[in-house]
Design a protein around this ligand. Structure first.
Ligand code: F3S
Length: 64
C-alpha cells in the first residue's frame, strides 16, 4: 500500500502527523513532504487513518 501525496492540496493542518508522526513527515512550516509514501505491512491501518484525517484530502490511499 502507498499514500499518494497531493502537495498542492496540503494546507498544513498536521492532522496526518498527529495520527502517525513516523509515517507522515512535515517540513519546517508544517506541510507534508513531497513524494509518495510506501507503507509497511503492519502500519497500514495507522496510515489509512492518518490519510483520512486530512481535511483537504491531500493524502490518497492506493491499495493497488
Ligand atoms: Fe497537510 Fe492534510 Fe497533513 S493539510 S499536513 S496533509 S493533515
Amino acid at each position: 500500500m502507498r499514500i499518494i501525496v497531493h502537495n498542492a492540496k496540503c494546507q498544513g493542518h498536521a492532522r496526518c502527523w498527529a495520527q502517525a508522526p513516523d509515517i507522515f513527515k512535515l517540513d519546517d512550516d508544517g506541510y507534508i513532504l513531497p513524494g509518495d509514501i510506501q507503507v509497511a505491512e503492519g502500519e497500514q491501518l495507522l496510515a489509512s487513518q492518518g490519510a483520512r484525517s486530512c481535511p483537504e484530502r491531500a493524502l490518497e490511499v492506493d491499495r493497488t
